[in-house]
Design a protein around this ligand. Structure first.
Ligand SMILES: [Mg+2]
Length: 100
């Protein structure tokens, strides 16, 4: 996946891919808003799935375009904070597990 994302950045450029990320984030935002009502049609959830996939692909590219160490440090801090908020002391080390 990293190779594909690097190729996309090389082919289309940083500005285009950051702009695309903004667009995909907006599409996910709209899809989630449409899926909130309890009587939302099944198609709304399908659209959410598609938009989550789009955003995940763009996040992979943003991780290549921005400082990965900074991102990882922030993510670890935020996950540790969330773990404390939900009363998990993380004995399994899951906060660091995502780093691979
Ligand atoms: Mg999309």
């Amino acid at each position: 996946m990293t190779e594909i994302c690097r190729a996309a950045i090389t082919r289309f450029g940083r500005l285009a891919q950051v702009t695309k990320a903004i667009e995909e984030l907006a599409e996910l935002q709209r899809a989630l808003a449409r899926d909130i009502p309890p009587d939302a049609p099944e198609a709304a959830a399908v659209n959410v799935h598609e938009e989550i996939a789009d955003v995940e692909i763009m996040l992979m590219q943003l991780r290549l375009l921005y400082d990965l160490l900074e991102i990882n440090e922030w993510k670890e801090r935020k996950l540790e904070r969330l773990a404390r908020m939900v009363g998990i002391d993380d004995p399994e080390g899951e906060v660091r597990e995502w780093r691979g």
